[in-house]
Every structure is written in C-alpha cells, then in structure tokens.
Design a protein around this ligand. Sequence first.
Ligand code: CO
Length: 186
Amino acid sequence: MYLMKDITRDGNPVLRKRAAKVSFPLSDEDQKLAKEMMKYLEVSQDPELCEKYKLRAGVGLAAPQVGVSKQMAAVLVPAPDENDEPLFKDVIINPVIVSESVQYGALTEGEGCLSVDKDVPGYVPRHDRITLRYQDVNGETHKVRLKHYPAIVCQHEIDHLHGVLFYDHISKDDPFTAPDDTVMIS
Ligand code: CO
C-alpha cells in the first residue's frame, strides 16, 4: 500500500512530464498500479486508517504522483452523505476532456494536492462542467458528464498527466479574483 513516503513531491521532475498513453490489455504491473492508487484514496478517506498510516486524505491520485509517468489516475469523490454512493469513483485511463462549459467553477477554499506540501492560497479557475472520455481498467470506454466538484477533481488529476500543478492556474496578481459568473463550490 502506498504511504506518504511513496508520493512524489513538487520539485520531482516526474510531476512536470507529459505522461505516456497506456495500452490494453493492462499489464499486471499497470493493474496493480490502478488498484493501489484507488486503495490509497479509500484508506485515506477512512479517518481511523488515515490517522494510523499517517496519510493525507485525498480524492484523487495520478500515476506521476507515485513516480509512474503514465496516463492513469484514481478518483474517489465521496457523496456528501457517506451512506450514499460516491459522486464519482473510477480509475481513469487515457482520459480526455471532450467538451467543457464556458462557465468556470472554482473551490472557495482553493485546491490542495498530495504532492504539494505547502498551502497555496487562491482560486483555481476550471471549467464548471465537462464531458470526460476515458478507459477503465478493463479497457472499456466511458463518456461521462460531470459538474462542480467531481469535474474539478478530474481536471486537477488530468493536469497531473500533462505536467501541470494546481497553483499554475492561480493568478499571481489577484489570487482571489474569478470571472463574474464563476460557480463557487464549497
Ligand atoms: Co494533485
């Protein structure tokens, strides 16, 4: 199981590389990678286990964050009520945003990242709604429409596959300014 020591941190060149496409059927190694990344998210979202293993809770983890430059990311966005099904849960492979809203969305609290130890305050403007195409671990193609928080999480993870970190999007001059019709998500 991945622990914080396994997570690559800002400054590691793997986080700034474009990740390679993944081919199917997945190798044993890639299957293990997918499984372990999702496992990290599940364990990190369990308050007791999170504390026990000294993890930082996460809703997304991309392969470059465990040192593997491949287009794969685990996403686990829990529902507001923990008894409900997660808002989004899958390992997204070779993901592509096929369409996006003109309207922006941003988290009121800004964003964080398991690979960035310091707090970087400011709004990260993203598309409020996206249509995402990706393959799952079985090579099956999915096309899903996402809005608000899950859309933001997926954009953050896809950025990782392109060598982009969230703070790259924060305005240096005006970190807490967003276009007027930006959907603010708390
Ligand atoms: Co991140």
